[in-house]
Design a protein around this ligand. Structure first.
Ligand code: FAD
Length: 464
């Protein structure tokens, strides 16, 4: 098709020849508005995001990334970086700028002897888990198999294995990164170690990661896990029992709580329970949750493949729905907080919406707060009210509900927040994600990205 002249996000005119030239330099493809795949490529997981980049560079390797970045620098285009496309804030797309799309970079290589995985940034969690599980290995990833490893790892990476082996970023051994001046750097504990420190939680602030290397651990392939569900009449007692269980649960156990609407249309409290150890160990460690408190209406805990368990919540979060997401870290789950969550869930305007309680602690808390950019190591739960709906006419009511839950939970929160769960919430919240690490991150930003080229993210401004 014919390429047309285009106005950038800064109001400059770019002639078609500029794009033709870029197209010729890329091994991957360049998509412009009007081309058949453009709309698919610009769409993110959150249907609320509807941005139109001037062009999308679909990269296939690190050289493509360097070429696309150089083009953005020459033309003054704003850069958005897309891995799996799950950005809560919609930061991986942009209006009028250049989207650097890494979703096609999907190579994964496992070294089962060294227990190391090397994965490119377009890999999704389900793909990563499937590849590592072929060798009975895994590392911490999130709880939705459609999420990208890239954004997840760079923000921290909470998941079922976190309490056993730490965050995804704690297991990040090395990364290859195209930094703002176009150099491809390798970051390890020995080489550019300050950069590795920043990548372990500092988000996409320091460059474009073209490869991640992870430490792997023996897991499964069959583990003990699954869902427990309590009817609404028992939800308050079940949540208190859940809180008490979590307070003493061993580190190889993860219990993800969710207030949701069941298939029968009634609200319910569910827990996705998991033990990283043997099946026998799982029977022993999960028994108090299953048997010592109010009897669940459904107990689906049993032997299950780790990959199936990792995909078990996918139905709650399909791509393309409208989402509004808020979160707070909690130091504990108090009875008064449970009362607030129960009361507000009774008023939920959409039956698709949920409130998640993601467990932290264990191995995550044993790393010191300044060892990595990710700092909120003392958090015990991440409390996440998520409004989910389909009709744009219902935006206001649904956004208001997740905000209301968030406001009501403030008195029970640590004040910290997980950076990957932030929407567009301002600098104070970004600082809350980094605590005392913020100043060091700002200095690192000044070293690797002094002109703040990578600013479509939870942005850390370069120190003056
Ligand atoms: P993208 O939208 O592609 O990218 C998000 C941002 O990451 C970009 O704006 C960019 O700044 C940066 N980025 C992406 N790729 C690169 C790269 N290669 N180099 C440099 N910067 C890059 N988080 C958890 O920790 N645990 C969970 O269990 C969890 N569950 C989730 C479930 C759902 C349904 C959703 C929507 C999110 C969940 N998250 C979870 C949050 C998730 O970690 C973030 O949304 C994360 O940013 C997704 O990464 P992505 O690559 O898919 O996102």
């Amino acid at each position: 098709m014919q390429l047309t002249e285009a106005t950038t996000d800064k109001g400059r005119l770019l002639e078609p020849a500029r794009f033709e030239h870029l197209k010729g330099q890329l091994r991957g493809t360049l998509l412009r508005p009007g081309e058949p795949s453009y709309d698919d490529a610009r769409r993110l997981w959150n249907g609320m995001v509807d941005k139109r980049p001037i062009a999308i560079a679909r990269c296939t390797n690190d050289q493509d990334v360097r070429v696309a970045l150089a083009f953005a620098c020459e033309t003054g285009l704003t850069v958005a970086v897309r891995g799996g496309g799950h950005s809560i804030a919609g930061a991986s797309c942009c209006d009028g700028g250049l989207m650097i799309d890494l979703s096609g970079m999907k190579a994964i290589k496992i070294d089962p002897v060294r227990r190391v995985a090397r994965a490119e940034p377009g890999v999704l969690l389900g793909e990563f888990d499937a590849a590592t599980q072929r060798y009975g290995l895994a590392t911490t990833m999130g709880v939705n198999s459609d999420t990208g490893i890239a954004g997840l790892t760079l923000g921290g990476g909470l998941g079922r294995l976190g309490r056993s082996v730490g965050l995804a970023c704690d297991n990040l051994l090395a990364a290859e990164v195209v930094v703002a001046d176009g150099r491809l750097l390798r970051a390890t504990e020995k080489e550019n170690s300050d950069l590795l420190w920043g990548l372990r939680g500092g988000g996409g602030n320091f460059g474009i990661v073209t490869a991640f290397e992870y430490r792997l651990h023996p897991v499964g392939p069959t583990v003990l896990g699954g869902m427990l569900l309590w009817e609404w009449s028992a939800a308050r007692d079940a949540m208190r029992h859940y809180a008490a269980f979590c307070a003493v649960a061993p580190d190889d156990v993860d219990a993800l709580g969710v207030l949701l609407t069941g298939p029968d249309g009634a609200p319910a409290f569910a827990v996705s329970a998991f033990c990283a150890g043997s099946i026998e160990r799982g029977e022993e460690t999960l028994r108090p949750l299953r048997e010592a408190g109010p009897r669940p209406a459904q107990d689906m805990v049993g032997p299950v493949t780790y990959t199936a368990l990792q995909a078990s919540a996918d139905g709650l979060f399909p791509r393309g729905r409208r989402y509004h997401w808020k979160s707070h870290f909690l130091p504990e789950l108090r009875a008064e907080a449970i009362d607030v969550l129960i009361r507000l869930f009774e008023d939920v305007p959409s039956r698709m919406s949920v409130i998640g309680l993601q467990q932290a602690g264990g191995a995550i808390a044993r790393v010191s707060a300044d060892a990595t950019a990710y700092s909120n190591r003392d958090a015990v739960f991440d409390c996440i009210p998520i409004s989910i709906w389909e009709d744009a006419a219902q935006d206001a009511a649904n956004i208001a509900w997740s905000r209301r839950v968030w406001e009501a939970m403030k008195p029970f929160a640590t004040g910290g927040v997980y950076v990957n769960n932030l929407g567009d919430e301002g600098e104070a919240r970004i600082r809350a994600a980094y605590g005392d690490n913020y100043a060091r991150l700002a200095a690192l930003k000044a070293k690797y990205d002094p002109s703040n080229l990578f600013r479509l993210n939870q942005n850390i401004r370069p120190a003056a």
